[in-house]
Design a protein. Structure first.
Ligand SMILES: NC(=O)c1ccc[n+]([C@@H]2O[C@H](COP(=O)([O-])OP(=O)(O)OC[C@H]3O[C@@H](n4cnc5c(N)ncnc54)[C@H](OP(=O)(O)O)[C@@H]3O)[C@@H](O)[C@H]2O)c1
Length: 312
């Protein structure tokens, strides 16, 4: 497994990270039981993945806890708490309580990276004034090692929250939406994270649009209708067929992970799946060489200025 330094945390972690949320939630969201989900995490560890991302909201923390039992010190754990739920902003007490519950479910006494989860631009100020001081106290107390923040990419496809948060430089690690259909973090996020040496976790590398051909067609039709993509520039029935026509590319999913992995400023590429076979091929994709230059250039011509979709 290839390793990478996660920005100023100094942690050396696998370039592929296991995402325990998304549409699959380790298979729990697609009809599998807990023992299957534990096996997905164990397979990830066996493949050399040592970065695992979960969250209170995913209800996969206890699965992770079971899978890492006895090897906690070999894994970097990232988990999260939402700063706003049901229209209510999270209190400092609520934050502490959520972390304690996460620690109990994970079966550990510290979290490596504790994120504020899915932060919208409108709740960032609350995070900064109320929650960050408490996170710093929790770090002092040894309960968390590094502070993280993730965006709500589905509703913030142009990274408005990060445009506000990154100049404050309060977080050691961020999780950002980035993929070949919306690479807008290239201009709006990575220049600052690189300057400040912030660790970056990539989410939405594939999601539904890049793993389900019918969803891709639908989303690209919407881009054409919105005037953001020229109809003549793509084959409407197989819009990314030019990728798989190349002898060096196995599938759209493979191309999508490779695209993210080699972006300057991207550190860990998260892969979310409930399938052991998908996980194995995704690790091969994330550790494969960059896409051929002519394909990267064509992707840039087509989607380089798109900032209105998440590929959800
Ligand atoms: N705001 C936030 O903080 C936030 C939001 C979203 C996600 N996240 C984190 O980011 C992680 C990654 O996001 P994601 O889970 O959406 O991951 P992703 O890797 O972008 O996409 C996963 C989707 O692609 C499918 N897939 C994966 N490999 C495949 C393959 N080889 N062939 C066909 N289909 C494949 C999966 O279904 P199968 O199960 O069938 O493989 C799943 O539906 C999440 O798990 C979570 O940890 C954070």
């Amino acid at each position: 497994m290839q390793k990478i330094r996660l920005g100023r945390t100094g942690l050396e972690v696998s370039v592929a990270g296991l995402g325990c949320g998304g549409h699959s939630r380790l298979g729990l969201a697609t009809g599998h039981d807990e023992s299957h989900a534990v096996r997905v995490v164990e397979t990830a560890l066996d493949l050399g993945i040592d970065f695992i991302d979960t969250a209170r909201a995913y209800r996969t923390e206890s699965v992770v806890g079971k899978a890492i039992s006895g090897r906690r010190d070999r894994v970097v754990i990232s988990t999260k708490v939402s700063p706003a739920r049901g229209g209510q902003l999270l209190s400092v007490e609520g934050l502490r309580e959520s972390l304690e519950k996460s620690l109990a479910r994970l079966g550990t006494d510290y979290v490596d990276i504790f994120h504020l989860h899915g932060v919208r631009a409108s709740s960032y100020e609350h995070c900064k004034r109320e929650l960050v001081p408490e996170l710093l106290r929790l770090r002092e107390a040894g309960k968390i090692r590094f502070l993280g923040i993730t965006e709500q990419f589905g509703g913030d496809t142009g990274h408005e929250m990060f445009s506000r948060a990154l100049p404050d430089d309060l977080f050691d690690v961020i999780m950002v939406g980035f993929n070949l259909l919306n690479p807008s973090a290239r201009q709006r996020v990575f220049p600052l994270t690189r300057e400040r040496d912030v660790g970056t976790l990539i989410m939405f590398a594939v999601r539904r649009a890049l793993s389900q051909p019918n969803v891709l067609v639908e989303i690209l039709e919407q881009l054409v209708a919105a005037g953001k993509l020229r109809a003549a520039a793509i084959d409407s029935s197989d819009p990314l067929g030019f990728l798989t026509a190349h002898p060096n590319v196995e599938s759209v999913v493979q191309a999508a992970y490779r695209f993210c992995r080699h972006e300057p400023g991207a550190h860990v590429v998260l892969t979310g799946t409930g399938s052991v076979a998908h996980l194995e091929s995704n690790v091969r994709a994330i550790t494969a060489p960059p896409l051929p230059q002519e394909l990267s250039e064509r992707l840039r011509d087509l989607f380089g200025s798109i900032d209105s979709i998440s590929a959800n």
